[in-house]
Design a protein around this ligand. Structure first.
Ligand code: GTP
Ligand code: MG
Length: 196
């Protein structure tokens, strides 16, 4: 999609605040600092529309970005950030689960993992949880610019093995918001889900 118009429609903490028009929605999930906001910015051709930060845990609400009045990107708060209190973490967990498990318009989830490492326990749980709820999932291994291209295949197999990746229910792509590698492929996946 050729993107010119994007607006942050709402930062929601619960269903009462979700947008009421019925555009398809694509959510972005992943641990704090993995690069969700950066992926959003890359897809919409902006440098810093979605707030990015070297400070993990910055995004604390479900941020609905209206893209060309055709789809919402939903930037979901990152999980696994140790420095927030247990109560805070539980509140986030509930907010995220409530959205992902009940939202009719949700067409798919882009689940980000760090290309350099094996997925965390939280990454694995999230992946399984999404499959359990029959939500189409695209695993995006981001920050791919930080590893040599010759090691991309190895990174992919390490990640898929740890996730016990199910090819029939999910897709995988390497991505970098620095080099924009994978941008078109991720957009194609999203457009396929929008058409589902
Ligand atoms: P939270 O909102 O805290 O959950 O983080 P986030 O997942 O939105 O991460 P964000 O996009 O803010 O990126 C975190 C840091 O990683 C920033 O310093 C980014 O510049 C950096 N980063 C994100 N994507 C990439 C990438 O593809 N390559 C490189 N080299 N750095 C990246
Ligand atoms: Mg963010």
């Amino acid at each position: 999609m050729d993107v010119h118009n994007v607006a942050l429609t709402i930062s929601a903490v619960g269903p009462k605040q979700y947008p009421t028009n019925e555009l398809p929605e694509i959510a972005l999930v992943g641990r704090s600092n993995v690069g969700k906001s950066s992926l959003t910015n890359t897809l919409i051709n902006r440098k810093s529309f979605a707030r990015t930060s070297s400070q993990p845990g910055k995004t604390q609400t479900l941020n609905f970005y209206n893209v060309e009045d055709q789809v919402y990107f939903v930037d979901v708060p990152g999980y696994g950030y140790a420095k927030v209190s247990k109560t805070e973490r539980e509140k986030w967990g509930f907010m995220i689960e409530e959205y992902l498990s009940t939202r009719q318009q949700l067409r798919g989830v882009v689940s980000l993992v760090d290309a350099r490492h094996a997925p965390s326990e939280d990454d694995i749980n999230m992946y399984n949880w999404l499959l359990y709820f029959d939500i189409p999932v695209l695993v995006v291994a981001t920050k791919a610019d930080k590893i040599a291209r010759g090691k991309w295949n190895k990174a992919e197999s390490t990640i898929k093995k740890a996730l016990q990746f199910d090819n029939s229910k999910s897709d995988f792509m390497m991505f970098s918001s620095v080099t924009k590698d994978g941008k078109d492929a991720v957009w194609n996946w999203i457009e396929d889900r929008m058409a589902d």
